[in-house]
Every structure is written in C-alpha cells, then in structure tokens.
Design a binder for this molecule. Sequence first.
Ligand code: MLC
Ligand code: AMP
Length: 500
Amino acid sequence: MIKNPFFESAGRFGSRRALRSLQGDHTYSDLLSRSQTLASGMGCLVDCRVGDRIACLVEPGLDYVAAQWACWRLGAIFLPLSLSASPAELEYALNDSGAAAAFASRSLAQRLVQAAKGSTPILATEDCEGIHTHGAVPHDPSAGAMILYTSGTTARPKGVLTTHGNIQAQIESLVEAWEWSPFDRIPLFLPLHHVHGIINILGCALWTGAEVDIMPRFDVASVCARFVAGEYTVFMAVPTIYSLLVSYLESLPADERESVTRAVSCLRLMVSGSAALPASLHEKWSQLTGQALLERYGMTEMAMALSNPLKGERRPGSVGQPLPGVEIRLVSETGGAVVGSGEPGEIQIRGRNVFPGYWNKPEATAASFSGDWFRTGDVAVLEDGYYRILGRLSVDIIKSAGYKLSALEIESVLLEHPDIRECAVVGIPDATWGEIVAAALVTQITDDKLPCLEEWCRLKMSRYKIPRRWALIENLPRNAMGKVVKPEVKNLFSALAPNN
Ligand code: MLC
Ligand code: AMP
C-alpha cells in the first residue's frame, strides 16, 4: 500500500527533532503517534468518510501538525482556519466548505462553537490522550488534501483545493531548488492558514527531516537573539518582516548590531516572498548582513512558481526563473497572445503544482484557467532571462504585510454598518507594509468616532483586513458610467494627513 510521503519519511527520521516550540521539543515519531491519537479521537466523534472536510483552529505546534496528518490518515481534506478570523469569517469557511467536523485548541474551541452554531462537531485536541495506533487510508495523489481560503476579485473568499499530488509537486520542487537537507533549521512565525507557512516552511522542513522552531508570533528581538545563538540555517519571510528587521537593527547600538549581522551572514539561505521586495530593501539587507535575499513568487493556487537561483545571480527587483516542474508563459492582456521577452503579459502557469479548482465554484474555476494554464492575474515581463513582476490586473487586490486582501470583501463588510452609505477600499503604497488598507467613506460618522468604527470592524473581520487609513468624503469619485474610479480614491489619501 502506498503511504503518504510525510508518514513515510517521518518513520525514517524517527527520533530526530522535528519541532521546537513553547510546549517543548517533538521528534518525528512524536508527530506520527500524536497524529494517530488525534485520528482516533476524531474517528470516535464522527463517522469520517474519504473526502470529508475537517476544519482546524489550532495554534502552531505539535497539535497543528498532528491535526493535519490526522485528517490525511482519515482520508479527509484539511482546512486550516485563521487564528485571527472573526466569527463571521469562521462561520463562512465552515459553511462554504461543508466541514464535517473540526479540531480546535481548547483555548480557541469556544470561538468555533459560536461560529458553528451547533452544526459542526468540534474536538478539542487536548482532550485526545493516550496512544492509539490508528492506521491510514491508502494514499491517493489525486485525492483532495487541503483547502485554503483566499481573497480575490469576488466579495467572498474562495476555497483553494489542493490534492496530495499537488502538495508533493510543490514541495519536491522547492526541496530540489533550494537544496533542503535534514540539517536545516528554520523558524516559523508566519500564519499557518497560508502556503508560505504551510508549504514553504513547515511542509518542506518536515518532508526532508529538518527542524522547525515554532514561535507563537513574530517577535523581532527574539528572532535576532536566536540568530546570534546560531539556531538557524534557513530563514523565510515576507518583505514586511525584513523591513521590521532593518528598523530594529538600525536601532541597536553598533556592537549589538554587529553581532546580529555577523550571525545572519552565516545562514545558508534567506528567502523573501508573498509580496514585492523593493530593490532598495534587497540592497539594504545585503549591505547590512552580506546576505543576498532570494526572492521568489507564488500564489495559493499553485504554491511557488518562480524563484531566483540558489546559486547564481539573485537580481534585486526580479523573481527569477520557473522552479523545477513549473511551466510559465506571459499572455498579452489585450490580444490574448503569448508574448516574447521584453513585453509585459499576464503570468500563466502549468504544472503538477497547480490546483484543480476552487471548492464548489465551477464558474470561478473555469474563469481562472485558459485551457490547462492557470491565469494568475499578475503581470510580469521577462528581461534578460529573469521575470520581473509589474503589478496585478485587478485594482481590487491588495497585498498588505504579505496578506492578499480583497477590496470588494472589505467594502461589503463596511457596507453592513448602518451609518456607512457608500465606500471604496484601496491599497496605498507603504515602505513597511507593502500596501496599507485605506477606505473612503460616505457616512455620517465623524473623525472622532473612527475608533468606534475600528472596534466594530474587529468583530467583523480579521485584524489584518481592517482599514488603517480613512477618508470621510461627500461623494465617491465616479466615471460617466457611475463606476468608482479607484486611482482617484488612492489619490485622496496622498492629499490627506494620516488619521493616526
Ligand atoms: C499590523 N500593523 C499594520 C499591519 N499589520 N499596519 C498596517 N498594515 C498592516 N497590514 C501594525 C498594527 O497596527 C500594530 O501597530 C503593529 O503593526 C503590530 O501589529 P500586529 O497585529 O501585532 O502585527 P504582527 O502580528 O507583528 O504581524 C506582522 C506580520 C504579519 C508581518 C508578522 O502581518 C504576518 O505574519 N504577515 C505574513 C502573512 C503571510 O504569511 N502571507 C503569506 C500568504 S501566502 P501598533 O501601532 O498598534 O503597534 C502567499 C503566497 C506566497 O502570499 O507567495 O507566499
Ligand atoms: P496569495 O493568494 O495570498 O497566495 O497571494 C499571491 C499573490 O502574492 C500573487 O498573486 C502576487 O500578487 C503576490 N506575490 C507573491 N510573491 C510575490 C513577489 N515576490 N513579488 C510580487 N508579488 C508577489
């Protein structure tokens, strides 16, 4: 019987340390046995069938990995939820996916209970104890493995379904390109409901027998202390994190800065991605630490597609070449023809890494493919053998701190507020956050009541979606057809003083 490759390799790595976390150290054998325990617990709670969706609201650590593997033992599709999701967002994900059950950390279970409104059985992972030798359904590469919710050009997020075969292709490509080894040690502070944390860091590390240092959140001082202690060989983060690291390093006395930068210079690889890395930040990092960041480009629907080389020139402002197993073409936005070097076009991707479709959304799936090529909605140009991202086709997609946000989704939530008549949400450029969410409102709410509005937003949306800048205006700028002119909305913010 073919086994899930994660279980196969964990069996081989046995007593090697897989995770370090606040709860202690855990070996690969611990991951296997804990996943058996959670699978048994879930099997007692619900009669799981192959293809069922099992949601997971579990803090990063042993039980997060064990819940993921327990789903796969049961033949279920793993659906990791955002720890900062609002009740409405949790409810949407549970309903849209038709989740059969959920794992939750005990401290988070109540949130899920409220969102599930009694319709989804919830198992607190801490309630699962003892050793149970729960087997695993046969591994089927074409079966659904995971659903991640992603915001896009629709008001509601879409569930991106990936198969076991997709995950294998995504990981094997990165393991080969970036030469992962069992001797690698990497920190993990990125959220575990997106591919950057799940595939690039956790997935690749556990696939190769490496060690993951799980931190509950990004804390710049502790990360730097661990650099100095020589704890890592590899580091992966979004550009915002590198920007926060630069600010922190610049605030340190020269001798302390020197000890961190010397330690950083010893890492074998530092990767940036999920949003554009400004060439100036690339250069600044290299001046400070001697490390040339490796920038790569990816997306939930296919994980990673383009990467600067591990060996060879890492060009600032570029995302490199296709990763192993990934095919890429650029297609003209106007004529639909494949364009050559030097001409801009939409990035389209083909390969075993590309997802089969959005969960229960055949029309959205059809619209996002051109034949068997996935249409990313990002525009790039090929220059001198390196791809450079120029921007996105949709003005309604915002990238803030590496999170992809939908302006339409945020607008539709804001319009639920009884005092907001009209609104337009845009991303405005920011050196640290990439883009900052900004909202123009036609409303009777006054400047001094904005903190109450922000409080209201906290109940409705994840923290990272909440607008940080507000413009209270009489009318939204519209064109002759009555459509809001988003570039003019953006200009409003350059003319206004910051709200805070
Ligand atoms: C936080 N702050 C922001 C902000 N987020 N300000 C503007 N815009 C934002 N987006 C401010 C807060 O107001 C607060 O300010 C301070 O920063 C600290 O807030 P926090 O909420 O505690 O932030 P923190 O938890 O430290 O989060 C920062 C972060 C996080 C960078 C660690 O945003 C993060 O993990 N981002 C990565 C997301 C990710 O993994 N994306 C990958 C998607 S997959 P004050 O004044 O109150 O102190 C993908 C595919 C691919 O994209 O290619 O990888
Ligand atoms: P997500 O849907 O959250 O997976 O985000 C994917 C999007 O992030 C892509 O479509 C790009 O717009 C953006 N992205 C990822 N990596 C990069 C990069 N290196 N440079 C610019 N944009 C990036």
